[in-house]
Structures are given as C-alpha cells and as structure tokens.
Design a protein around this ligand. Structure first.
Ligand SMILES: NC(=O)C1=CN([C@@H]2O[C@H](COP(=O)(O)OP(=O)(O)OC[C@H]3O[C@@H](n4cnc5c(N)ncnc54)[C@H](O)[C@@H]3O)[C@@H](O)[C@H]2O)C=CC1
Ligand SMILES: O=C(CO)COP(=O)(O)O
Length: 328
C-alpha cells in the first residue's frame, strides 16, 4: 500500500489516541475534528483535555476542522466517530474523501435504525471507497499513554487487509489482518452489549460467579448471532470478539461496563460518556428475533435499558429458563 497521509476523522478519545499513535511512529497524520477548542488544545498544547485528560500527546500531531484541506492528499482514512453518527459524518465529508482510498472504520456498533454494520453504511454513503474495520481490545487511554496492544484489521479483500495491517501497525499497536469483515464488526459491536450486562451484574452485587457465567453464556450469544450474520467462529474467538470481551467485561475503564455498573446501582444515567452498547442492544434484539437466534442475555440487557424489566426480574427469568445441553 502506498504510504502517505493518514487522516483520522473524529477528535474524541479513540480518534485522538489512534492519530497520536501514528504521529508518534513518525507517520504523516492529520486529525479532523469539529470542536474548535479540541483542535486548539491539540495544536498549541499537545493535549485533548475533554477526552484524554492528563495525557501528553506527541508534539508532531496536528488537528484541523478543514476537511477539504485535510483529506485532499489522504492515502488512508480512519473513521472514528460513534456508530450511530457514522452515516451523517461520512455523508457530510463524502465529497472531500478521495475515491479509491480505503476507509478503516474504528466504531463499534450496529446502526440502530437500519441494522446495518458500519461497513454497510460506508458502502452506501461512499460506494467508491473500500471499507475496512479496526477492532480489538484497546482502551484509548492505554494506547494514548503508549501502552501496547493488538487488534484486528479486516477487509473483504485479503491483500487489502494485509496492506492495512502493515500500514497501521506501530511498535505499540500490533494489527493482525483478517478477511472476515463481518465477524470483526459483529464481535466489536456485541461485546459492548455484554459489557453492559457484566457491569450491571457487578453494580447489582450479583457476585463473581454470576459475572463469569454471564460473560460465558453471553459469548455464546455473540458467536451465534455473529455466525448468523456471516461471521466466522474463529474470528469471533479472536481479538475483536473474545479478546475485547475479556477487556471490557472486566474493567470499569470501559464506558459500557461503567454504564452497566451505574444501572446496577440504580444511579442517574444522564450525561454519562458514550456507551455504544445501548443503541446496539436494541437493534441486536431485532436482528436476533428476525434470524431466529436465541439471545436471552442480549434481550435482557435491552429490556433493562428500556425499563421493561428490573435486574432482579431479568436474573430470575434467565435462571428459570428450560434446562438445556450446554453445547446446543
Ligand atoms: N474510547 C475507546 O477506548 C475506544 C472506542 N472505540 C470506538 O470508537 C468510536 C468512537 O469512540 P470515542 O472516540 O471513544 O468516543 P468519544 O465520545 O470520546 O468521541 C466521539 C467523537 O465523535 C465526535 N462526533 C460525534 N458526532 C459527530 C458528528 N456528527 N460530526 C463530527 N464529529 C462527531 C465527537 O465530537 C467526538 O469527538 C466508538 O464506536 C467506540 O466504540 C473503539 C475502541 C476503543
Ligand atoms: O472498545 C473499547 C476497548 O476495546 C472501549 O470500550 P468502551 O467503549 O466500553 O469504553
């Protein structure tokens, strides 16, 4: 793949952390953001106090709100805005994104209104650009602090995926390539729903045993739904499925886990940071029903979020389901 300018769209926690990683590795990188104060803070003080407070960014990282100038010479674009805003953001930038340039989506979610995965959204908005997805266990604050991790970069075309993995890997970010775009996207989206469940169990004080049982059975649902949508089992067992599940279901550093925890403690949920799993839970339930996939934990998460069920009621319902063979 031709090496040139990487443009990261989105000045939130993950967009800033990724752009910072590439800049620190000496790659020509430009961060596009809409918030003037964020751009000013990155360019003049090397920090993003709103999304990555207390972290010093690489002095070479530059940010701009001028999409036309940023994207003019882009050879690679990363879309790092919330999944539910992806269509609007890409739509507004469509004329500035050069045709043929791969667009790597780093959002984790399923579009609530359509049931489309981020790559499907991209295909409908930017038919002249090949979609790819970057997903795996990777807290923005870890990466921004220079801590190492490994993720998966997927594209339908195996050669493109391998090229992207080489282009995006740095000494701190090891990118494995995959041609299972659907599996990688579904794994990243559904682990957020299960992190809400794990957080709610922790917040409600259900104990470590329940937590482990919930995550394990939740992972069965992630695999069932992922495979029903066309993802491969081994992908869902990889960094973007199991790997990210292990990370986000075990730490309050995850915004989804922390949201679930607050829910479990009956705390006020207004004004909390982004928790992608909330929107994804609703559409995942619809997709599971349409495809005849049994997903009781995902259903319970959605029902609790909608106030249709209490955590206590959900636990009783899950515990009294007909007994079954584990592997069925
Ligand atoms: N924060 C993390 O540790 C990780 C996040 N992700 C995923 O990355 C995606 C983005 O997450 P974060 O950056 O953490 O969220 P964030 O809440 O920190 O930032 C979101 C950014 O998107 C921007 N944005 C929202 N709507 C926009 C619009 N209409 N036009 C332009 N910009 C808009 C906001 O201004 C903000 O800069 C999510 O799907 C998340 O699941 C993936 C891996 C790690
Ligand atoms: O996806 C993530 C880590 O891999 C971040 O998870 P949260 O969005 O729950 O913070």
């Amino acid at each position: 793949m031709k090496r040139g300018r990487t443009v990261v769209l989105g000045g939130g926690a993950w967009g800033t952390a990724l752009a910072n990683t590439f800049a620190a590795a000496g790659r020509e990188t430009l961060l596009w953001a809409r918030d003037a104060a964020t751009i000013e803070a990155i360019n003049s003080r090397g920090e993003n106090p709103r999304y990555l407070p207390g972290i010093s960014l690489d002095p070479t990282l530059r940010a701009t709100s001028d999409a036309a100038v940023a994207l003019e010479r882009a050879t690679l674009v990363l879309a790092v805005v919330p999944a539910q805003t992806l269509r609007a953001v890409l739509g507004s930038l469509a004329s500035a994104i050069p045709g043929g340039v791969p667009v790597v989506i780093c959002a984790k979610g399923i579009e609530r209104d359509t049931g489309e995965l981020p790559s499907q959204v991209l295909r409908s908005v930017l038919p002249g650009n090949q979609p790819a997805s970057l997903s795996g266990p990777s807290f923005a604050t870890d990466l921004a602090r220079g801590l190492p991790t490994a993720v998966t970069v997927a594209a339908q075309d195996r050669t493109l995926a391998a090229g992207l993995s080489a282009a995006l890997s740095t000494p701190r970010l090891r990118c494995y390539s995959s041609d299972d775009l659907t599996g990688v996207e579904v794994g990243g989206a559904l682990k957020n729903v299960l992190a809400l469940a794990a957080g709610a169990a922790a917040g409600a004080g259900l104990g470590a045993s329940a937590q482990a049982a919930l995550i394990t059975r939740g992972f069965v649902e992630l695999r069932r739904l992922g495979e029903a949508l066309g993802g491969r089992s081994e992908t869902l067992m990889g960094l973007s499925g199991l790997g990210d599940l292990m990370l986000t279901c075990g730490s309050s550093q995850s915004r989804n886990f922390a949201y679930g925890e607050a829910l479990g403690r009956s705390e006020d949920l207004n004004g909390r940071p982004l928790a992608e799993g909330v929107a994804t839970a609703a559409i995942a339930v619809r997709i599971a029903r349409e495809r005849g996939v049994d997903a009781p934990i995902i259903e319970a998460v959605d029902a609790i979020l909608k106030g249709e069920q209490t955590i206590r009621e959900a636990v009783t319902a899950l515990m009294t389901r007909p007994l079954r063979h584990e592997a069925d």
